[in-house]
Design a protein around this ligand. Structure first.
Ligand code: NDP
Length: 294
């Protein structure tokens, strides 16, 4: 790569994600300035040619583009507060998990200090960073996204800009992560039930995969109906679902598996029944869980 200002970046935060990002940037020939609270985590990267800044302010001052990969926005504040005077003219690529409101407040604070923020939601485990199939979605100023696209693509092969609202990427990220945690807990529950019955996680893998495929197909099927406000019980009825989730609860209880999760599911279905949705599709639970925003 030929040298240019954009091939020199700062990366703050060397957890598993930041470490993978630093590796990807070095692999692609970027000059990388690092800062991490625990400096020793940068040792291998420094051996590869990265520069370790002596303070957050020095790290921020070193480059126009500053990538932040921290645990949460409390950590972002802790790092950026002492670097406030160095922020003017900087582009913060903030890949730190946050609520939408935290991302918006962080973006406003950055603007007050003369910096622009792109909020990012990384759709990849650290092992996928730098791979062409990995992706990150961003929100914030479009012009900033377009200008710095090459460095964003060095982190994950695919990037896209979802909107100007700096909170949007955080919202989309939390939506995806919320589905991820609840779905994975559903899987852990399935494995616990299998093991209580003498089966292994490998034994139930075909069933787990079929169920995950079904979820993917049904998401598209129900999205159209939900957006049209249609919960007609032609394909499924909540009353049928109520009986089904009670079977799941009892199957777990019978072999002494924790019932917190299936009981919470039964509780939601029961509230749908109490609200008079027994003959409707179980998609009517969406309206029980929260009212439509538009
Ligand atoms: P970690 O929480 O493991 O690492 C975070 C980094 O934050 C470390 O460098 C840590 O420093 C630093 N840190 C935490 N608190 C403070 C503080 N008060 N002051 C200064 N530095 C602090 O996170 P990951 O690397 O796994 O992930 C980074 C972000 O990416 C998170 O927001 C996460 O939600 C998101 N993400 C992670 C994925 C994953 O699979 N890991 C997947 C997609 C997104 P130190 O080394 O000193 O502890």
């Amino acid at each position: 790569m030929s040298s240019s200002a954009q091939q020199s970046v700062t990366l703050i935060g060397l957890g598993p994600m930041g470490l993978a990002m630093a590796e990807a940037l070095l692999d692609r020939g970027y000059a990388v300035t690092l800062w991490n609270r625990t400096a020793s985590r940068a040792d291998d990267l420094v051996a590869r040619g990265a520069f370790l800044a002596s303070s957050p302010a020095a790290a921020v001052a070193a480059n126009e583009v500053v990538i932040l990969s921290l645990t949460d926005y409390a950590a972002v504040d802790a790092v950026l507060e002492p670097a406030a005077s160095a922020l003017k003219g900087r582009v913060l690529v903030n890949l730190t998990s946050a609520t939408p409101e935290e991302a918006r407040a962080g973006s406003r604070l950055a603007a007050e200090r003369g910096a622009a923020q792109l909020t990012g939601g990384v759709n990849s485990a650290p092992s996928g960073i730098g791979q062409p199939e990995s992706s990150t979605f961003y929100s914030g100023p479009r012009e900033v996204f377009d200008r710095h696209r090459p460095v964003l693509e060095a982190l994950t092969g695919q990037v896209d800009h979802r909107g100007e609202d700096p909170g949007l990427a955080a919202l989309l990220y939390q939506i995806g992560v919320g589905m991820f945690w609840t779905s994975m807990l559903g899987y852990w529950q399935a494995v616990a039930l299998a093991r209580a019955n003498g089966l292994t996680a490998a034994d139930i893998l075909p069933t787990a995969r079929e169920t995950a495929d079904t979820l993917s197909q049904l998401s598209a099927f129900y999205a159209e109906r939900i957006d049209a406000g249609v919960h007609v019980g032609d394909v499924d009825r909540l009353a049928m679902g109520m009986a089904s989730v009670e079977h799941v609860l009892r199957t777990n209880a019978d072999v002494g598996v924790d019932t917190a999760l299936p009981a919470a599911v039964v509780d939601l279905f029961r509230r749908g029944m109490d609200a008079g949705h027994g003959a409707d599709s179980f998609s009517s639970l969406v309206d029980v869980m929260g009212k439509p925003g538009k």
